[in-house]
Design a protein around this ligand. Sequence first.
Ligand SMILES: [Zn+2]
Length: 227
Amino acid sequence: MQRSPRLRPTTAVNLAVCRSRLPPEAVDYVAEVLAQQPVEVRLSRPRRTRLGDHRSPGQGVLFHRITVNEDLNPYAFLTTLLHEVAHAVTWERHRRIGRRIAPHGREWKDEFGNILRPVVAAKILPAVVEAALARYLENPAARSCSDRGLVLALAEFDDQPAGRMRVEDLTENAVFRAANGTVFRAGPMMRSRRRCFRIPGGCEYRVHGLLLVEPVSAAVRGRGRRI
Ligand SMILES: [Zn+2]
C-alpha cells in the first residue's frame, strides 16, 4: 500500500499546537514567523538532553519538522521555538542550494538574531529575559545554544522551587528578596507587572509577576496558583 504524502500543517494548526505554551503577548509574532516557513510544530515529552529539535525536509516529507519540549516555561518555549525556526530558515537559504554550513554557525546566528530582534524590541517580555536576549543579540560572537545568561534568565520562570514564590502571588505589602539579594515591598499589581518598592529607600521598580522570589515576611495570598 502506498503511503499518502504528509500535508504541510497550516499556520493555524501549528499555532493550535503551541499557543497555550507561548507568552500570550508573543502569539501574533510567532504566527507571523510560522506563516513564512513550511514547518510542522509538535510538542515533545520532556527530554533531558535537548529543549527542541529541527529536522529538514527529506524522505518524502516536504516541510521542516520542529519539536519543542512541552514542559518549558513560556519564555523558554518561545526562545526554543524561534531557535528551531532559525534552523529552518537557514536551511532554506543555504542548504537547499547546496551550501555547506555549520549547525550553529554564522548563518544560523544571523537568522536567529533577525527572528529574535523584533521580540526584544516589542518590550513584551519580563525585564530579566529581555535584558539577557538583548545582551545575546549585541554580541553575536558569544552567541551559542547554551548562553549562560539566557539560560539563567529563562530558568527564573520555571516551576517554583521550595521556598520561592512568584511576585504576583505575594500579598500586598509582603517583603521579599530578589535573586540578587535586593529586598522589596510588594505594591499593587498592574497588568503583568507589579509595583514594588526597594527597602531601604522606597524607590519604585516594576517587577514582572512571574518572577520567582524569596518571601521574607508571611506573604501567601492563599491561591496556590501555579502557572
Ligand atoms: Zn540548534
